[in-house]
Design a protein around this ligand. Structure first.
Ligand code: HEC
Length: 128
C-alpha cells in the first residue's frame, strides 16, 4: 500500500515537472523569434517628418542636392560615403546623430532634438 502511494506521487510529480518544462521551452522559443525580427525600413511618414525638420533647421546651411551654397558641406549621398564630409568619421547613425546633437567646430548643436526627431532626420538623410 505505502509503496504504491509513493510511486503514484513520484509519477504525478514527473508529469507536472515535464509539462512545466514544455511550457517554459515554448515561451522561450517565442521570445527568441521576436527578438530576431529584422528592423523595419523607415516609413514614408518618418522620412517626410525628417524632411520637414531638415527644411526648418538645416537647409539654411545645408542646401540639399543643389550644392550651390557653400556655408556647409552638401549632405547629398551622405550614406553612400564611407566617411563624413567634414569630420571624416565613419558614416553611421551614431556619428551623424551625435553630430546633430553636439554640433561641430562651426555647426551649431541641436541638443533639444528628441530621439524621434533625430531618427526622422537620419531617415531623411538616407534618401539624399
Ligand atoms: C549654421 C549652419 C548650419 C546649420 C543650421 C546646420 N549645419 Fe550641419 N554643418 C554645418 C557646417 C559648417 C558643417 C561642417 C563643419 C562642422 O561640422 O562644424 C556641418 C556639418 C554637418 C554634417 C557632417 C558632419 C561630419 O562629421 O562631417 C552633418 C551630417 C550635418 N552637418 C547635419 C546637419 C543637420 C541634420 C542639421 C539640422 C538639424 C544641420 N547640420 C544644421 C553648418 C550647419
Amino acid at each position: 500500500m505505502q509503496a504504491g502511494w509513493l510511486q503514484l506521487r513520484v509519477a504525478l510529480f514527473l508529469v507536472l515537472a515535464l509539462s512545466a518544462g514544455v511550457a517554459y521551452a515554448h515561451q522561450g522559443a517565442g521570445g527568441k523569434s521576436e527578438a530576431a525580427a529584422a528592423q523595419p525600413a523607415p516609413s514614408p511618414r518618418l522620412v517626410a517628418q525628417g524632411q520637414a525638420l531638415f527644411q526648418k533647421y538645416c537647409a539654411t546651411c545645408h542646401a540639399p542636392r543643389d550644392g550651390k551654397r557653400d556655408e556647409a558641406p552638401s549632405l547629398a549621398g551622405l550614406y553612400q560615403r564611407k566617411l563624413t564630409p567634414a569630420m571624416k568619421h565613419p558614416v553611421n547613425d551614431a556619428n551623424i546623430g551625435g553630430h546633430i546633437k553636439q554640433g561641430g567646430p562651426v555647426m551649431p548643436p541641436f541638443p533639444w532634438l528628441g530621439k524621434e526627431e533625430i531618427a526622422a532626420l537620419l531617415a531623411y538623410l538616407k534618401t539624399l
